[in-house]
Design a protein around this ligand. Structure first.
Ligand SMILES: NC(=O)c1ccc[n+]([C@@H]2O[C@H](COP(=O)([O-])OP(=O)(O)OC[C@H]3O[C@@H](n4cnc5c(N)ncnc54)[C@H](OP(=O)(O)O)[C@@H]3O)[C@@H](O)[C@H]2O)c1
Length: 437
């Protein structure tokens, strides 16, 4: 079964236990403390720390918002709306990469349409006075609290579904209930034939909520102060460009690690349903109550630098996809690409071939595309300037996440391609300065 093969490539049982215990015990309180500090403690970690020191555990319990009916309703409306768009909007038929068991998932690529309809609907509801997005900001703590509990229950559902009604052959138990729950049972869980759960959790809920919350923060600042500061504008524009890029490239995302290799478990689904709407959007959350004025020149400089980083990150992903799609028959930076033809064996014993690109962005350094990803996050955070540390938490978290991801991806590719991966690593090492060493 795929699960048995793939489980070799996720972390060991010991790392899983430590990681799971930390995620379960530290991440939910962190999300609440992050929100509390940004919204009620002036973004100051010291203020929150003083509060906790004075009031202890009871103080922490007092600030943890109880999920209210309003919060559940907002989440349910957003989730149902996104699920309906995913199912109903037209889109091109796209095939995902072939899985270890030889299964090829098929998707409907309607991400850009869903994204456009979502933002137009949200802004129209505000413009015509039907729904005020500030309600979302004012209930943010309750929303996060509801997401924390709701997503945990959703992951239990995924675990049970993986046992009782898996959607494809890419599923199975590794024999350890904790690892199964944490790393997931199914690679491609679906409800019915067409509703892909990972597309929903990762793209249509997680990434979409990022854009919706970015707009919400901007509107909240406008409604509170009567204007939107240039720092907030730069932050919102960069985050929206990043999410727009994501939806333009969504079909490509379906062949990355998150979808093609990581099974639908607590690690990835909880992350997309809770961590993305809270931590990923946090620089904007901070700016709502901190209307920093940058001045036109500095604002434009940060905006241009951020756009450039997002573009380079996009172009790296595009280059790899184009190269794979055309089977190496494309131009990379105006030249025929240099490549390694690597063969590997599937879990059913079939030998297959794959191409590894060694020129263009992919010849500069291994996992080079993570550099502009981290820099882009820095540029949409830096409008907050340096009065507080907390807005930079996402950049630091992302750096750690991508280091871990690079290691996991290397381990997986080494076990998949064997000697070919060794040749690839010699040709494209990790380099501190791309192209030099
Ligand atoms: N903001 C966030 O939280 C976050 C988190 C993660 C990723 N991202 C972004 O998402 C995008 C995708 O990143 P990713 O980490 O999922 O992985 P990725 O780098 O797009 O894909 C890795 C896979 O590409 C294939 N590959 C590796 N080297 C190759 C080469 N030289 N030529 C051709 N194919 C190669 C391998 O898969 P095969 O088995 O097909 O060979 C490998 O497993 C990036 O832009 C990244 O920055 C963002």
């Amino acid at each position: 079964m795929a699960a048995a093969t793939e489980s070799k490539t996720v972390h060991s049982a010991a790392v899983t236990y430590v990681s799971m215990i930390s995620l379960l015990t530290l991440c939910p309180p962190f999300v609440i403390l992050l929100w509390y500090t940004m919204v009620h403690a002036d973004g100051s970690v010291i203020k929150s720390w003083d509060y906790l020191r004075q009031n202890g555990l009871q103080g922490f319990i007092d600030i943890w918002p109880i999920p209210t009916a309003v919060a559940w309703k907002l989440i349910a409306c957003f989730g149902a709306f996104e699920a309906a768009l995913q199912l109903l909007l037209p889109g091109k038929r796209v095939e995902g990469p072939i899985s270890p068991t030889g299964h090829r998932p098929v998707y409907k690529a309607n991400g850009v349409a869903s994204y456009a309809v979502t933002l137009i609907t949200y802004l129209s509801l505000w413009w015509f006075g039907i729904f005020n997005p500030t309600i979302v900001y004012d209930h943010l703590g309750e929303i996060y609290s509801a997401l924390i509990f709701g997503s945990f229950i959703f992951c239990i559902f995924l675990y049970i579904k993986g046992h009782l009604a898996p959607s494809s052959t890419d599923s199975g138990s590794c024999g350890n209930i904790i690892i199964d729950f944490y790393w997931g049972m199914e690679l491609y869980p679906r409800i019915g034939k067409n509703f892909d759960i990972k597309v929903f959790t990762n793209c249509r809920f997680g990434m979409m909520s990022w854009a919706v919350l970015a707009v919400t923060y901007c509107i909240k600042q406008y409604e509170a102060n009567g204007k939107v500061e240039d720092s907030m504008l730069v932050n919102t524009i960069l985050m929206l460009i990043y999410v727009t890029k994501f939806f333009l490239w969504e079909a490509g995302y379906w062949s990355t690690m998150d979808i093609a290799h990581d099974r639908a478990g607590f690690y990835i689904c909880w992350g997309c349903l809770v961590w993305v709407p809270s931590v990923y959007t946090s620089p904007g959350m901070y700016l709502v109550n901190h209307p920093v004025h940058l001045g036109t020149q500095l604002a434009l400089f940060i905006l241009a630098a951020g756009i450039l980083c997002i573009y380079i990150n996009y172009d790296c992903d595009r280059q790899r996809q184009e190269f794979r799609r055309t089977n190496g028959r494309c131009l990379v930076w105006g030249k025929a690409p240099s490549k390694i033809v690597a063969s590997y064996t599937t879990s059913s014993g079939e030998t297959k071939q794959s191409l590894l690109l060694t020129s263009g962005w992919w010849g500069l350094a291994r996992h080079f595309h993570y550099v502009p990803e981290i820099l882009a996050a820095f540029f949409w955070t830096v409008p907050a300037l340096f009065n507080h540390f907390l807005p930079y938490f996402y950049v630091i978290f992302l750096t750690i996440l991508l280091f871990d991801r690079a290691k996991r991806d290397d381990d997986r590719c080494r076990s998949k391609y064997g000697k070919y991966w060794k040749i690839y690593c010699q040709k494209v090492p990790y380099r501190i300065i791309p192209g030099i060493y």
